[in-house]
Write a protein that binds this ligand. Structure first.
Ligand code: GLA
Length: 389
């Protein structure tokens, strides 16, 4: 595949293959711990083998030309006028990352880049984090950085989302894309960024991702709204517990004791989701470590219910996939993954039931929603890196 991409790169940008380098970073699926990251809570994602691959070559000037294998044309910008590309329909994430790299003190240079994505766009599997991290590593490396710190690349990419794209996202997607490891899940404390790689042991089971293929609209503004609702909740709770700096530091018992302070039911629901979800992550990790997949599945199901009813980020399409999944023998758990409002679900499915799952869930979804879902068997891959021949 890489030699084919290099050929395509030379057809588009001309020149020789001298100086060409290859970088890659994956999408992610989150198994549990949703909308907890920006509250200083826990998440449990894994990097996928679906990824963004970049063929890149530095230039002598400050021009960046970018193309993608699934888009027509070339997007061109100048690093000297980096603020001008916020409204691009494609390429804005990269310019945001380049801007933040420069602010962080990295040398950045003009470049020609060809992007090849296998993570579905807008599907809740963090195709944008895959683009950001691969672009960050590529640009830092082309600019002369050696020993690139992937956690720093994750932080820089998150800042690009905040400052250039306007989404106040947490760190989960960028961290998972940057730091993933083949066949491992990442247990991440989003407050401290301490993490543990947990080997995935799903004897006899697979993680099946189902994509609603729903076109998402307003997801960014609703996302930011949820975040500010959590901040309001924290402010209120701080009147009783001034030492708390984030919802992730508040236990279920403490919430129970002080919840009377929150008179707005919506805010209380949001806070209750975050605090209970954090608990579920810890229980889920124990369950996985103990080989108790039944309990793991139940926690996934409880997470979905909480996201649907308390956090209100699910939708008919996601609920249809989850309900249909849970009606099949051999499915231990199913939940939406990622921000919500569309995107994907992840389900824990017995090996023998996978074919029935795809057939039945696919049919029920098509009958009810009117267009088809897509299915992928999760393969867990490595995080962002340069690909050396
Ligand atoms: C999106 C954000 C993440 C996280 C999830 C919800 O994927 O980018 O930071 O908040 O939603 O868990």
């Amino acid at each position: 595949m890489i030699s084919e991409l290099k050929k395509q790169f030379l057809d588009l940008f001309g020149g020789s293959d001298e100086g060409i380098r290859v970088f890659s970073s994956p999408g992610r699926v989150n198994l549990i711990g949703e909308h907890t990251d920006y509250n200083g809570g826990y998440v449990f994602p894994a990097a996928l083998t679906m990824a963004t691959t970049i063929i890149a070559r530095p230039r002598e000037d400050s021009i960046v030309r970018m193309a993608a294998t699934d888009l027509d044309g070339i997007v061109e910008g100048n690093l000297d006028t980096i603020d001008n590309y916020k409204d691009l329909s494609w390429g804005n994430y990269q310019f945001g990352v380049f801007d933040e790299l420069r602010k962080a003190g990295y040398n950045i240079c003009g470049a020609d880049m060809l992007y090849h994505d296998t993570t579905p766009h807008g599907g809740g599997l963090s195709s944008s984090a895959a683009i950001e991290i691969s672009a960050a590593i590529a640009m830092a490396a082309l600019g002369g950085a050696t020993d690139i710190d992937n956690i720093e690349m994750a932080k820089i990419s998150q800042l690009a989302e905040h400052n250039y794209i306007g989404v106040n996202c947490g760190i989960m997607d960028q961290f998972a894309s940057a730091m993933g490891k083949k066949n491992h899940l990442i247990f991440l404390d989003c407050k401290t960024l301490d993490y543990q790689l947990v080997p995935i042991q799903l004897d006899g089971y697979k993680l099946v991702i189902s994509n609603t293929n729903k076109k998402r609209s307003l997801a960014a503004s609703k996302y930011n709204e949820r975040r500010s609702e959590c901040e309001k909740g924290l402010e209120i709770l701080k009147s009783a517990m001034p030492e708390k700096t984030c919802l992730g530091e508040i236990t279920a018992e403490e919430l129970e004791q002080h919840k009377g302070l929150i008179t707005d039911e919506i805010i209380l629901n949001r806070v209750t989701h975050v605090i209970s979800e954090d608990d579920r992550v810890l229980k889920a990790i124990d369950a996985l470590k103990n080989g108790n997949l039944v309990e793991f599945g139940q926690l996934m199901n409880a997470s979905h219910v909480s996201l649907r009813d308390l956090y209100e980020v699910s939708c008919e399409e996601l609920d249809t996939l989850v309900d249909s999944a849970l009606s099949i023998d051999g499915v231990l758990g199913s939940r939406m993954t990622g921000a919500g409002f569309g995107g994907c679900t992840v389900s824990l499915v017995k090996d023998e039931s996978v074919d029935t799952f795809i057939e039945k869930v696919g049919k029920e979804y098509l009958d009810k929603i009117g267009y088809a879902a897509s299915f992928y068997i999760t393969e867990i891959g490595d995080g962002g890196r340069e690909i050396l021949d």
